[in-house]
Design a protein around this ligand. Structure first.
Ligand code: FAD
Ligand code: NAP
Length: 545
């Protein structure tokens, strides 16, 4: 769709974002007969997988589970080439879905949504687009991604650098040429750890600037086994049920045993087995208390540190790579040859805790110990997660109150189910803050939210209702419940993006519902069954105006 064709009509829904969430939301609502338009800042569909084209980008949830499950036809028509598909293949899959469901005709690309104001008199949203045009919709659906606002820290002198600069989350479409170049990578989260081994193979010299050493375990990727794919397709209904009822949206879950119940020898055997299998959960599912009991956590942390010591040949470099925070309190990372990369002659590691970055110069990076000369600088510095993309839009609810003002402090982040927030009728957030979202296989969480929102809009239509809004007591109770669950885990003891700690000045607070996707689904279904308990429902008031 080219120009904004919807200026003069009231749409049933405007959806922001054409990643996995926005695409399914469009398909679902359109199928139910609603008028709906999607606005997307990028030039095409894909969201995360459109923007994050850095070398080594791949999923960390097994591909057979990291895809849509709502359509058996889609499932049967697509075959993943490996256990963890790379970004180009995931983007091909997304394009396949967009073509197959003919989604693009209702998506306007290269269009940012800049503002959305609730019009109380007309019970609808006035939405402003980056091209200066406006559109009106009854429902405003933010499918804008949890990790779509890339973060480049405000280093002194950043504009002076004469070389090339890239952020992993805004990677160019053309191949970046590292051949023979002096490359610097800042950041060793999931993105940095995926990119570093590949950049090292091509670069003349690679310097990694690390602030916090990370736990990472092997991906153990392999070519898809046709028999496993056949069985998965044959049993998909049962597998999907297990995913729905699980903790993290994958069919298995933590073993029902404490790490402290086993002898050190038995624990070592169990950890070795998990390590050998590879993948995101093989190690963290070995015991059920690694995320909550300090002594249990220490055992797995020490196991990984021993692996790092064994892999990295230079003991001084190995020392710098030793993680000390509680394992699993940042999203666990899986890698291919990450620690091995530090045995290469063309790679060195700078410990930013010992020598902080003072400035970016025209020729590189100056730390407290000296200047590192660079041709190319890669920021693998993550995202202003969850609230970041929402705050980039001037969202205003009743009485003109902005979402940013409402959520001004960490403790003020208040949502109901992570889907809605009081004072903002007919605003829905797909995988919003205080939902399981980033703690889960996001495909499970996305589909559950989209289905819930579509059902809710259907309920309003069937009952001649115009607006739905979370009540203050309901969101108070939900936010309290989210915080209480988080407080039971070790996650709140670590500075992480889950806690908002990666962004200067961002209020601290745990950002998601940590009770698991199974429990969360039950709660949502229960609320629906009780006629949207905790929400207030409004009939049309338009006649009165
Ligand atoms: P996104 O894919 O982020 O899409 C949101 C879209 O909204 C973007 O295209 C953006 O341009 C657009 N948008 C935002 N604001 C505006 C605006 N104001 N106006 C117009 N458009 C706007 N999750 C997993 O479960 N497993 C994984 O293996 C996994 N790997 C990941 C790897 C990387 C590198 C990253 C960054 C994230 C990963 N995630 C993973 C999380 C991933 O974000 C989700 O799985 C999923 O792709 C999110 O889809 P989405 O549609 O909700 O959001
Ligand atoms: P991230 O986990 O937030 O990592 C950012 C890195 O940059 C960290 O090492 C951080 O250090 C560092 N950093 C940030 N600001 C800095 C500063 N001012 N100075 C020095 N270093 C700084 O971001 P990410 O790696 O992009 O990953 C974000 C999330 O996206 C992941 O947790 C995951 O959910 C998802 N993801 C998934 C995959 C996958 O495997 N499928 C791949 C990429 C991303 P500190 O740790 O000290 O803050």
């Amino acid at each position: 769709m080219a120009a904004n064709q919807n200026q003069n009509q009231e749409l049933d829904a405007v959806v922001v974002g054409a990643g996995f969430s926005g695409m399914y939301m469009l398909h679902k609502l359109r199928d139910l007969g609603y008028s709906v338009r999607v606005y997307e800042a990028g030039e095409d569909v894909g969201g995360t997988w459109y923007w994050n084209r850095y070398p080594g980008a791949r999923c960390d949830i097994e591909s057979i589970y990291y895809n849509y499950t709502f359509s058996e036809e889609l499932l049967n028509e697509w075959t993943w080439s490996s256990r963890y598909a790379e970004q180009p293949e995931i983007l091909r899959y997304i394009n396949f879905v967009a073509d197959r469901l003919d989604l693009r005709r209702d998506i306007q690309f290269k269009t940012k949504v800049t503002a959305a104001h609730y019009d109380e008199a007309n019970q609808n949203w006035k939405i402003q687009l980056g091209d200066g045009t406006n559109v009106t919709a009854k429902h405003f659906i933010a499918a804008i991604g949890c990790l779509s606002a890339s973060n480049i820290p405000n280093f002194n002198g950043i504009d002076r650098f004469k070389g090339e600069m890239y952020h992993t989350g805004r990677w160019p479409h053309e191949k970046v040429d590292f051949k023979g170049k002096r490359v610097g990578v800042i950041g060793t989260g999931s993105s940095g750890i995926q990119a570093i081994p590949i950049i090292a193979e091509e670069a003349g010299y690679l310097t990694v600037f690390q602030r916090t050493p990370q736990y990472s375990s092997p991906t153990e990727n392999y070519v898809s086994d046709p028999e496993t794919i056949r069985q998965t397709r044959a049993n998909y209904k049962e597998i999907r049920k297990q995913m729905y009822e699980s903790m993290h949206g994958v069919p298995d879950g933590p073993r029902d045993r404490s790490a402290l119940e086993d002898s050190p020898e038995e624990r070592q055997r169990i950890y070795e087995e998990g390590w050998g299998k590879g993948g995101l959960f093989s190690l963290s599912y070995t015991y059920n208390d690694l995320g909550i009991v300090e002594e249990a956590n220490k055992t797995v942390a020490e196991f990984i540190r021993a692996k790092i010591r064994k892999t990295v040949q230079d003991p001084e470099v190995a020392d710098k790579l030793m993680p000390t925070y509680y394992y699993g309190t940042k999203r666990p990372i899986i890698d291919t040859n990450y620690f091995e990369t530090y045995n290469r002659k063309n790679v060195s590691l700078v410990d930013l805790r010992a020598e902080p970055i003072e400035e970016i110069t025209s020729n590189g990076i100056r730390t407290s110990k000296g200047e590192y000369l660079l041709d190319t600088l890669v920021f693998a510095t993550g995202f202003d997660a969850m609230t970041g993309p929402l705050f980039k839009i001037d969202i205003r609810g009743k009485d003109g109150v902005s979402l940013k003002e409402k959520w001004a402090g960490g403790a003020n982040l208040k949502t109901y189910l992570g889907i809605a927030t009081a004072g903002f009728p007919n605003l829905f957030m797909i995988t919003g803050p205080q939902s399981p979202s980033v703690l889960s296989n996001m495909m499970v969480s996305i589909e559950q939210h989209v289905d819930w929102v579509a059902d809710c809009i259907g309920y309003l239509r069937e009952n001649n209702l115009e607006a739905i809004e979370a009540t203050v007591p309901a969101e108070e109770a939900w936010s309290q419940q989210c915080n209480d669950i988080a407080e039971m885990s070790l996650a709140v003891k670590t500075d992480s993006w889950y806690m908002g700690a990666n962004i200067e000045g961002k209020p601290r607070g745990f950002i998601a519902f940590a009770g698991g996707v199974g429990l969360y689904r039950q709660i949502c279904d229960d609320i629906t069954a009780k006629g949207y308990e905790g929400f207030s429902l409004e009939a049309s008031t338009k006649a009165l105006n």
